[in-house]
Design a protein around this ligand. Structure first.
Ligand code: FES
Length: 178
């Protein structure tokens, strides 16, 4: 003969389950509250801002720590994935900081990407021979326009790139891309 009551019919077991559930919930809430600051410390800031800005990433989509870029020598042009996924050059300045603008690696002739030639201090497009100075001004066509810029700001351990909507500092005028 079966003497045991089914668990769901046992009032004492139900109370125990309820107590266990409540105790577990209190512990979970307390632990979450205590761990939140520590967890938040290790989570990078949101990579997409309301202003359309993004955090710079490498070719694999990983956030790039600012320390990684600043470990490079002055004058380095570091290529990162920028706004809209467009490759963007960041410049390490002589005083070991980041230049406040990034230069988009997108030729204004027909959109080729191009390398930085450190010997000649120029961006040189391999497609049709356009050349730009270190700040993205056209030195030689057929490129018709200076290179697009993006704002560069340091945010915690990372680099935030935002759309450049102000006057172009190279011309003092409204940028052609706005
Ligand atoms: S795309 Fe760069 S020169 Fe033509």
């Amino acid at each position: 003969m079966e003497n045991n009551l089914p668990i769901e019919n046992s009032p004492s077991m139900s109370r125990r389950q309820l107590l266990n559930f409540l105790t577990g919930s209190v512990i979970a809430v307390t632990a979450t509250g205590a761990l939140y600051p520590a967890v938040k410390f290790f989570i990078p800031p949101s990579d997409v801002g309301e202003d359309g800005s993004i955090l710079a990433k490498d070719v694999h989509g990983n956030l790039i720590p600012i320390a990684q870029i600043l470990a490079e020598p002055a004058g380095t042009r570091a290529l990162v994935a920028g706004l809209g996924g467009e490759p963007t050059y960041l410049t390490v300045t002589e005083d070991g900081t980041l230049h406040s603008w990034g230069i988009l690696d997108n030729c204004t002739h027909l959109g080729c990407t191009f390398p930085w030639n450190s010997n000649e201090a120029q961006f040189q497009c391999p497609c049709h021979g356009s050349r730009y100075d270190a700040e993205g001004r056209v030195l030689r066509g057929p490129a018709p326009l200076p290179l697009k810029l993006a704002h560069v700001n340091i945010e915690g351990d990372y680099i935030r790139l935002s759309p450049w909507l102000d006057n172009d500092p190279r011309t003092g005028e409204k940028p052609w891309w706005v």
